[in-house]
Design a protein around this ligand. Sequence first.
Ligand code: NAG
Ligand code: NAG
Ligand code: NAG
Ligand code: NAG
Ligand code: NAG
Length: 456
Amino acid sequence: MQFTVNHRLLKNNCILFLAGFFLFEFIYISFVKRYDNLSSDINFSQLTISSEKIDNNNNHLSKKIFRYLQPHYHSVSCQNLYEHDYNEFKHALALLSDLNNLTSVPDQHYNITKAQCSIYRSERFNEPYHHEDSFVNRQFPLAFTILMYENVEQFERLLHLIYRPQNFYCVHVDSDASANVLQAVKSIIQCFNNIFLASKQERVLYATFSRLQADLNCMQDLMKYPSWKYVLNVANTELPLKTNAELVKILSIYRGYNDIEGRWKTKNIERTEYVWQIFDTPTGNNQQVPQLRRTNEKKTSPPGNVEIVKGSAYGAFSRAFIEFVQTSPIAKELLDWSRDTYSPDEHYWATLNYNTHLNSPGGYKAKSDPTNWTARFVNWGEQNCYGRIIRGICVFGIFDLPNLLNRHELFANKFHLNADPIAYQCLEELILNKSKLDLPLNDAIFYRHMPFLLPS
Ligand SMILES: *[C@@H]1O[C@H](CO)[C@@H](O)[C@H](O)[C@H]1NC(C)=O
Ligand SMILES: *[C@@H]1O[C@H](CO)[C@@H](O)[C@H](O)[C@H]1NC(C)=O
Ligand SMILES: *[C@@H]1O[C@H](CO)[C@@H](O)[C@H](O)[C@H]1NC(C)=O
Ligand SMILES: *[C@@H]1O[C@H](CO)[C@@H](O)[C@H](O)[C@H]1NC(C)=O
Ligand SMILES: *[C@@H]1O[C@H](CO)[C@@H](O)[C@H](O)[C@H]1NC(C)=O
């Protein structure tokens, strides 16, 4: 069957649907509290037991003990959404606009005992790749840090996608996260011998040093495991754009060079030339929230003759680079110097990587600008954002899916499971499908041409 699309019509309809989508977002925000209360009232243990008795229809899901941890998958064709199918978008929007269909698993339902671990793993982590990965991938273990504050279902689903037996995972739960979240995460990760909690949990405040410190705590803990080759730092609000096999292929091409964003020409002087401090700032309802504010005090110039380079909090860092970060005096001095800057996570890695005189392992050797990197796809609004822009960053929605399909980056930032569960589900499905295959890297040439691999 073949049909042609009237592009103007499609565009107008898209605008209509976007309007509908924003209306939905509004409704969602207005009712999210009410809905949360409702969902925590559901008596899940009761449901499991009673339906186990009644439900004799050979549905194997109904036999599962952890059935109540099964995410709600919406009945959409992700394939059609990726292919810009107008009717499928219409259908997906209808699902999203129905509040009753936005069920998520309450955090406190992740209550797995040690004795239940093998059942839990066999029910929830039972893809072939969860047991054994290919020989090649086993020779190339990866390490991950995962920073999170809330939404355990999203954490479990992220883990489900990136978990491999040969890798290592350090989870940092913010120290001010709710006790339910911490308890739930602990109950999940006790079932895996290659996943652990950060030995020290920070209270992570937006744009402050604590964000960088949280990653550093995890990376320090990860050094105990000698086999991993690269560490990738990931937030709970991200999803991979590549499978583990693809990550291994790409990072093998990178042969120890770091994949770190760096923008020599973007200067954000305010952030590092003035001292920033955390002040308790009053909010409307008689509360105080800690907030980072600029003082008038000028900072001294950075140590070691380095030039501050603006980059990203996220990257793919070689093991030798992380060893350097932890042991080199200049890395330590720069870290101390950065404590009272704005968002030091966005200059620390880049500055160590791009100042060639530091000779950091895997660092940038060429002098060309602009540079390139592949660690993250973040839409800062340079491209159309069809989800919601929060703090300048696009939180992806279903209309962003076609744009996520063939990207070169390793991970995409950001997703909120509760804001658009269908966008989440569909990227999940794509990566899961690809994880079942072991296809050649179709864009290997792109990675081989990264300037950081070329001789200076
Ligand atoms: C949950 O199940 C228990 C045990 O059967 C029952 O006593 C309780 O009333 C139920 N709670 C709700 C909210 O239905
Ligand atoms: C919501 O989900 C239910 C059950 O999964 C389904 O019957 C209903 O059609 C869905 N709502 C919409 C608007 O599709
Ligand atoms: C978690 O499970 C254990 C063992 O099944 C039980 O004793 C405990 O009450 C549960 N806690 C919650 C919050 O459901
Ligand atoms: C994933 O695989 C399933 C089963 O083969 C298929 O139905 C679905 O369309 C695939 N989804 C995507 C996004 O490729
Ligand atoms: C690197 O970035 C520049 C500028 O954005 C671009 O023109 C070039 O094609 C990129 N190179 C690769 C290999 O992506």
